[in-house]
Design a protein around this ligand. Structure first.
Ligand SMILES: NC(=O)c1ccc[n+]([C@@H]2O[C@H](COP(=O)([O-])OP(=O)(O)OC[C@H]3O[C@@H](n4cnc5c(N)ncnc54)[C@H](OP(=O)(O)O)[C@@H]3O)[C@@H](O)[C@H]2O)c1
Length: 280
C-alpha cells in the first residue's frame, strides 16, 4: 500500500536518503524543513499542523539534537498534533547512549501513535557531510576522547532501516539500535580515511575543554559548544554506550557497512581532496 509520508529534516543526512528510498518505492513523500513549502520549524509550533495535514506516517529528525533544552516540549507537541491529524505511525531518530534523548523516546512511546525508535551511534558521514569534514580538508583532526571506541554507523544503513521500519508494522513498539559492525577510535578512523584518500591527515588528541574553546573561538553559539561537550562526555565517556549491535543486519538481512568501505567510497568521490573553499 502506498502511504503519504512526512520526512522532517528531509534535506539532511538521513532524511535525504530516506526520502529517496521511499519515493523510489512509490510512496508520496512530503519533505519539510525551514525552507520548504509547507515550512516546518521546530522553533515555531504554528508550522506543525500544515506539515502533518493529510499524512499517514512520519520520520522525525529533531535538530540539532534531542539532548538540547526544548526538545521534549517540541516532541510532545508534535506527537499530540500528529495523533489529532490522524497519523498512524512515527519513526524517531534518536541517539545511542543519550539519557536526554531517552526522555523524548518515552514521549513518543506514550503518545498513542504506533512508533519505532531508531537509536543511532555516531555517523560515518560526520567526516564527509557533517561537523568534522573541515578537519579532514585541513589535514588535522583534533578531537577529545582518544580512548573511546565508537561503533560508527553509515547513514545509508540508517536510512535503509528507517525506510523499512516506517512501512512495516512488524517493528511497531520496537527500539532498533543502529551501529556499524566494529568499534573504532578517532585515531583509527583518521588512519583509514588518510589511506583511502591518499592524503596526509593527522589525529591530535585534545581535551574536551580545548575542543570547546576552539568552537568558541570559531564563533559557534554557546548552545552548540554545550551540545558537543555533552555528546563527547555523555555518549563517548561511557563504554556501555558503545556496544556493537546487529540490528542493521537483522532488519536488512545484510551486514552493516564497515568504516573501510565508507572511506573507500567517499574517497572515490574526491570530496576529501577538495579545498575548503570548494566544499562550501
Ligand atoms: N551526527 C551523528 O553522529 C548523530 C548520531 C546519532 C544521532 N544523531 C541525530 O541525528 C539528527 C540529525 O540528523 P541528520 O544528521 O540526518 O540531519 P542533518 O544532516 O544535521 O540535517 C538537519 C536537517 O534538519 C533541518 N533543520 C535544521 N534546523 C531545523 C529547524 N529549526 N526546524 C526544522 N528543521 C530543521 C535541516 O533543514 P533546513 O536547514 O533546511 O531547515 C535538515 O534537513 C539529530 O537529531 C541528532 O541527534 C546524529
Amino acid at each position: 500500500m502506498k502511504n503519504n509520508i512526512l520526512v522532517i529534516g528531509g534535506t539532511g543526512k538521513t532524511g535525504r536518503r530516506v526520502t529517496e528510498n521511499l519515493t523510489q518505492s512509490g510512496h508520496n513523500v512530503r519533505v519539510v524543513g525551514r525552507k520548504t513549502n509547507p515550512v516546518f520549524d521546530w522553533k515555531n509550533p504554528d508550522t506543525y499542523d500544515n506539515a502533518l495535514k493529510n499524512m499517514d506516517r512520519a520520520y522525525i529528525v529533531y535538530y540539532p539534537d534531542l539532548a538540547v533544552p526544548g526538545s521534549r516540549d517540541a516532541i510532545k507537541l508534535l506527537t499530540e498534533k500528529a495523533l489529532k491529524a490522524g497519523l498512524e505511525k512515527v519513526v524517531l531518530l534518536s541517539g545511542k547512549g543519550e539519557t536526554e534523548a531517552e526522555a523524548c523516546e518515552e514521549i513518543v512511546a506514550n503518545s498513542g501513535l504506533n512508533y519505532t525508535l531508531v537509536r543511532a551511534s555516531w555517523f560515518n558521514q560526520n567526516f564527509s557531510e557533517g561537523a568534522f569534514l573541515e578537519f579532514i580538508l585541513n589535514g588535522t583532526v583534533a578531537l577529545p576522547m582518544p580512548e573511546a571506541e565508537i561503533p560508527f554507523v553509515d547513514v545509508n544503513d540508517i536510512a535503509d532501516v528507517v525506510s523499512k521500519v516506517i512501512i512495516d508494522d512488524m517493528y511497531n513498539g520496537q527500539t532498533i539500535t543502529v551501529t556499524g559492525p566494529q568499534k573504532r577510535t578517532f585515531k583509527e578512523v583518521v588512519e583509514i580515511m588518510a589511506e583511502a584518500s591518499n592524503k596526509q591527515i593527522q589525529f591530535v588528541p585534545i581535551s574536551i575543554d580545548e575542543f570547546k574553546d576552539g568552537m568558541r573561538k570559531a564563533g559557534l553559539p554557546d548552545s552548540y559548544v554545550w551540545l558537543f561537550g555533552y555528546l563527547f562526555k555523555e555518549v563517548l565517556g561511557n563504554p556501555d554506550n558503545q556496544e556493537v549491535s546487529d540490528d542493521v543486519a537483522k532488519v536488512l538481512g545484510r551486514p552493516a557497512k564497515d568504516f573501510e568501505t565508507f572511506a573507500k567510497q567517499t574517497a572515490a568521490t574526491g570530496i576529501w581532496n577538495q579545498s575548503i573553499a570548494q566544499s562550501l
